[in-house]
Design a protein around this ligand. Structure first.
Ligand code: URA
Length: 214
């Protein structure tokens, strides 16, 4: 089964992605670009949601009104720390979302051991749409562990991964275990280097958004 992947190529997404990739973008510009990409990707995702009709009265006449169905069923899982500005942008489109926070850390190559040190996820109901948000879907190892943590809290109706940049390898790694998962991203880059960084990518998203701890 082929993974369900959407690469959003709205001109504004392309422009913000370029700012995020540019090594000369300052921390402020980088963070703002990631914030906007979160908002824009969420906007694209809303196309997949149904609307319900109701009657609304304008000052002149009755008209058909629309409400997004299920916007209160969205649960965002924020993967620390690079997803902070990304999720902040997503809230603009998903104002009613509940939020889970997971701190997951990928160790050194070649094994890339994953350390998960903080998990706070709300109860997941079977009509929920869970969106796991991390700007970089690289090897997929970290996000697979995060998805496993989500599944311990309940089985959602839809399991979705939001990233700014993904790799085919990472998507396939996750899809092997979660074949019905959906992937929304702004780009699929061709390579992973020996350190597990996406190439050309944008570098270390956490460091670029918040500064390097080293
Ligand atoms: N995490 C990042 O921040 N960048 C990558 O390229 C891969 C993982």
């Amino acid at each position: 089964m082929k993974p369900k992947v959407t690469v959003a190529k709205h001109p504004m997404i392309l422009e913000q992605l370029t700012l995020a990739r540019d090594k000369n973008s300052t921390q402020v510009v980088f963070r703002k670009a990631i914030y906007r990409l979160g908002r824009l990707l969420a906007y694209e995702f809303l196309r997949t949601m149904d609307t319900e009709e109701f009657e609304v009265e304008t000052p002149l006449k009755k008209a058909t009104g629309y409400k997004i169905k299920g916007n209160d069923k969205i649960v965002i899982i924020l993967v620390l720390r690079a997803a902070i500005p990304f999720v902040e942008g997503m809230y603009k489109m998903f104002p009613l979302a509940r939020t889970g926070i997971v701190s997951a850390w990928r160790g050194k190559p070649p094994d890339f051991p994953i350390e998960v040190s903080y998990v706070k996820i709300p109860t997941i109901n079977n009509d929920d749409i869970v969106i796991i948000a991390d700007p970089m879907l690289a090897t997929g190892h970290t996000l697979l562990r995060v998805a496993d943590k989500v599944m311990e809290k309940g089985k959602p109706k839809r399991l979705v991964f939001f990233s700014v940049i993904a790799t085919k390898e990472g998507i396939e790694y996750i899809a092997k275990k979660y074949p019905k998962a959906e992937f929304y991203t702004c780009a699929i880059d061709p390579e992973l280097n020996d350190h597990g960084y996406i190439v050309p990518g944008l570098g270390d998203a956490g460091d670029r958004a918040f500064g390097s701890p080293y």
